[in-house]
Design a protein around this ligand. Structure first.
Ligand code: PLP
Length: 478
């Protein structure tokens, strides 16, 4: 390419001012503002200059419709919300990467109200004096768990960190080797303990720990005895764990707190909803735990938060730790968590009101009927490029709750036509096409097919309405 040709190409570039006067661009500018519009025009022109110098045709690139669409796309992308709603058809109901629990309508309403106006966050309306932000949740948590006191922080990892830093700094924490778990996303119990300034004292073996192991480990250096819910794995075979009442008794005899990290934690008996049992905070405290910690956004179905509940003297110490200030909740989460906890005061209607519980307890027959209903439309949108069948599958609860208890569900199985090795490679392209929809559809790939678990598909109408936008051009060509 010669310099003359390149110069000739640049010469056809319209000026920023001229583009700003194109009618469609004027409309964009009135929507997005002139600063961002001018910036988008400049970036688009820079891109065109690069392509001209690479030999592309300047006249084509500067065609007003093409250029306007490019500018419009750049602006739309810049002004899109950071978090986009997606369809979670992965089969993992409480999916950490997809933001865990969808909130109850009541929680959303209260969050919006708290966001829109000043509130009594740290203000006692009756006395007109400064208040404490924990009071909004503490009474509710105590009623629902039987605890004497409670405090709430940013998430359960923060709750564990704060408890250990408050009660075990420069001292030892006795934990069973079988419970030194990694929860995922770099939450490892030994590392949190180190960052909290506590020394880990491991006892027992990976598969078996006895009460005597704990008893032998207790010394003047011991700050507390801890039990961690092995959230995301289960030990089978020749195993032994010490029951909580026995650990609690041992800790009490030595005047040391017994702390249980419940992980997900729950406030009601899941068996009442036909789900496997998950120990509740109330049961664990009744078994003698001095403190429990658990998440607000796992099985509880609220916003991200970490709840600490138990003995009043220990909670008072925790609240005095300056680190509490760094880990505290903001008003939006307090509003959302309080609304969620309020729903737990009426267990009979929980199933309809807490989306996580509603999704976990979907009857298989309902999921199957929904899958059958939408199957023809999905098949049609794939235009013969893939087959679509309904198939039984297993959903998981997710986020480390009840790891091995899988829930019977039904999925759409999308298998690329042609099969064989080629089909295996193509399935990634189908998954990408579903992710590229206006509301991305996230499934999972298994055995050379794309699986869309229908358990969590609540907005059937919205799902069907966007199928027409499925872009399979890349797949057709190959
Ligand atoms: C999930 C989990 C955590 C971390 O909780 P977050 O709310 O995600 O911070 C800690 N401990 C256990 C046992 C868990 O399962």
């Amino acid at each position: 390419m010669t310099a003359t040709r390149a110069r000739g190409g640049y010469h056809t570039l319209p000026s920023v001012d001229r583009i700003l006067n194109w009618r469609a661009v004027r409309d964009l500018s009135s929507v997005y503002g002139s600063t961002a519009s001018v910036d988008a025009i400049r970036t688009a022109l820079d891109e065109i200059r690069k392509r001209i110098s690479a030999g592309d045709n300047a006249t084509d690139l500067c065609e007003p419709n093409t250029l306007t669409r490019d500018i419009s796309d750049r602006l739309a992308e810049r002004f899109a919300p950071a978090l986009r709603p997606v369809f979670n058809l992965t089969g993992t109901v409480i999916h950490t990467n997809l933001g865990r629990a969808p909130l109850a309508a009541e929680a959303i309403t209260d969050i919006a109200a708290a966001a829109a106006s000043p509130t009594n966050l740290e203000f006692d309306i009756a006395s007109g004096r400064r208040g404490d932000r924990d009071v909004h949740l503490e009474n509710q948590i105590c009623r629902l768990t039987g605890a004497a006191a409670a405090s709430v922080v940013n998430n359960n990892a923060a709750a564990v960190l704060l408890v250990l830093n408050t009660l075990a700094r420069r001292k030892e924490v006795i934990v069973s080797r079988g419970e030194l778990v990694e929860i995922g996303g770099a939450f490892r119990i030994p590392e949190i303990m180190q960052r909290a300034g506590a020394k880990l004292h491991e006892v027992g073996t990976t598969n078996r720990t006895h009460l005597k192991d704990f008893a032998d480990a207790i010394s003047t250096k011991t700050a507390l005895v801890m039990k961690v819910h092995t959230s995301n794995y289960e030990m089978r075979g020749f195993t032994k764990v010490v029951p909580e009442p026995e650990l609690a008794k041992l800790a009490r005899e030595h005047d040391r707190p017994f702390v249980v990290d419940l992980g997900s934690g729950m406030l009601v008996d899941l068996e009442d909803f036909g789900l496997p049992h998950e120990r509740t905070a109330r049961e664990t405290l009744a078994d003698g735990a001095d403190l429990v910690t658990f998440s607000g956004d796992k099985l509880l179905g609220g916003p991200q938060a970490g709840i600490i509940a138990g003995r009043a003297d220990l909670i008072a110490k925790i609240k005095r730790n300056p680190m509490k200030r760094a880990l505290r909740l903001d008003k939006l989460v307090i509003a959302g968590l309080s609304a969620t906890l309020r729903l737990y005061e009426d267990p009979d209607r929980l199933r309809e009101r807490i989306p996580v519980l509603r999704l976990l307890t979907q009857p298989k027959a309902e999921i199957a009927a929904r899958a059958e209903r939408i199957r023809p439309a999905v098949a049609k949108s794939l235009a013969g490029l893939a087959s679509v069948e309904t198939t039984p599958c297993k959903s998981q609860i997710g986020s480390g709750a009840l790891p091995v208890d899988l829930l019977p569900s039904v999925a759409l199985l999308i298998r690329p036509a042609g099969g064989g090795k080629l089909g295996g490679r193509k399935v990634g392209a189908f998954a990408a096409a579903f992710r590229a929809l206006p509301t991305p559809v996230i499934g999972r790939i298994a055995d050379g097919a794309l699986l869309l678990d229908i358990r969590c598909l609540e907005d059937e109408v919205g799902f069907l309405a966007q199928l027409g936008a499925l872009d399979l051009t890349g797949l057709r060509a190959s």
